[in-house]
Design a protein around this ligand. Structure first.
Ligand code: KG4
Ligand code: ZN
Length: 369
């Protein structure tokens, strides 16, 4: 359906880049539904098995889309565009979502919007909590509408970040500091040279004998641990880039040394080990962010991506915001790990910009943005 200038813009968005099949419906940028189906099949293998992920997406996609439409109270003719994750991710997984999105756009004769997954993680910070909010480009800071209470997950300053803002995007495959000039104009000013922050969590968890994905488990055990108990090295990487592979090796040797002396070392000290690992990853991330603020002068700061669900990072980020005088913004948990709501909000801004993709567009495992 083609809207007139006053009609609401309703977008169906699909995310299938890794092991979550998700569909969201947005109306004028407000999320009406956000259904996420995880894939437990990978747990027994200690990591995501790409072929199994593609098959699970095939099984999940129709029921997930159906549930998202029903929860939003929407019918297919209400839709104005279909947005989907085009890149980056596992190619088989991306293909399921992109082929589904293309077929739906073709059948409904409505525009198709290709979304970059990492850009969408950043824009999760622009998802308004207010049902009456209507994001327009450049107007993010004005949201939510007058009278709405501030979003509890956002601390300090206005309820949504003002441009330009900095976003620390930390996921299973990426670690980036992004300078955002507008919803669709972003610049990566720092990134990891090797492992991502999520990999640092997951690989450390594996060394501790914890199941995949280990990040949330390290978070859980760290709650009752002492982060100062086992000092771990902070890599000295110039500029705004990160490196986590040295930390992983240091953790491996640290565990090997201690378990050689005491085979029960890990079980006896799990909380303190997890708190020490988490504390070091968080300090590496936030020290670079502080450097980025000094370099750019930008004072509106966001975090995004799966690792932004980490309670240690959320707390330390908020506290650093208070001591450094930043306005800090953190998406609600459901918009941190992979979800289609972030694809919908990105699709919304792209729709307003007339940024549509041809049906010949193809999914891509890697794509710079
Ligand atoms: O953004 P995401 O869902 O998927 C990617 O785009 O990669 O991020 C997944 C990553 C995994 O490495 C997972 O262990 C990590 O986010 N993660 C966490 C937490 N929740 C998810 N890491 C630490 N603490 C958490 N609470
Ligand atoms: Zn992601």
């Amino acid at each position: 359906m083609q809207p007139t200038s006053t009609d609401p813009i309703t977008i169906l968005a699909i995310e299938s880049s890794c092991d979550e099949t998700s569909c969201a419906i947005s109306r004028d940028g407000v999320i009406l539904s956000n259904i996420i189906a995880g894939q437990a099949v990978h747990e027994q293998y200690g990591g995501v098995v790409p072929e199994l992920a593609s098959r699970a997406h095939l099984q999940h996609i129709v029921p997930v889309v159906d549930a998202a439409l029903r929860q939003a109270g929407c019918k297919l003719p209400d839709l104005n565009a279909i947005a989907f994750t085009q890149s980056p991710g596992l190619i088989g997984s991306l293909l399921v979502g992109s082929q589904f999105a293309k077929s739906l756009a073709l059948a409904l004769n409505i525009p198709l919007i290709a979304v970059h997954h990492m850009q969408a993680h950043v824009l999760a910070n622009l998802i308004p909590n207010s049902a009456a909010a209507t994001p327009r480009p450049g107007a993010a800071a004005a949201l939510p509408h007058p009278g709405a209470s501030p979003t509890p997950s956002h601390s300090g300053g206005p309820a949504l970040p003002s441009f330009p803002f900095l976003c620390l995007t930390v996921s299973g495959g990426h670690t980036q500091i992004v300078l955002c000039h507008s919803p669709l104009k972003m610049e990566v000013i720092g990134e990891t040279l090797d492992d991502a922050a999520g990999e640092a969590f997951d690989k450390s968890a594996k060394l501790l004998g914890l199941p995949y994905p280990g990040g949330p488990l390290i978070d859980k055990y760290a709650h009752s641990g002492n982060p100062a108990r086992f000092p771990l090295p902070e890599p000295q990487i110039p500029g705004l880039n990160f490196s986590f592979s040295g930390l992983k090796t240091a953790i491996l040797y640290f565990l090997q040394d201690h378990t050689a002396k005491d085979p029960d070392f890990i079980t006896a000290n799990l909380a303190d080990i997890c708190a020490s690992i988490q504390g070091r990853i968080v300090s590496i991330l936030l020290n670079k962010l502080k450097k980025a603020v000094r370099q750019t002068g930008v004072k509106d700061l966001c975090i995004a991506g799966g690792v932004s669900a980490n309670s240690g990072l959320r707390t330390a980020f908020r506290n650093m915001g208070v001591t450094e005088g930043w306005n800090t913004f953190i998406p609600p948990f459901e918009y941190c790990t992979d979800n289609a709501a972030m694809i919908a909000i990105t699709g919304h801004y792209k729709y307003l910009n007339g940024d549509f993709a041809p049906l010949s567009v193809s999914a891509s495992a890697r794509q710079v943005w």
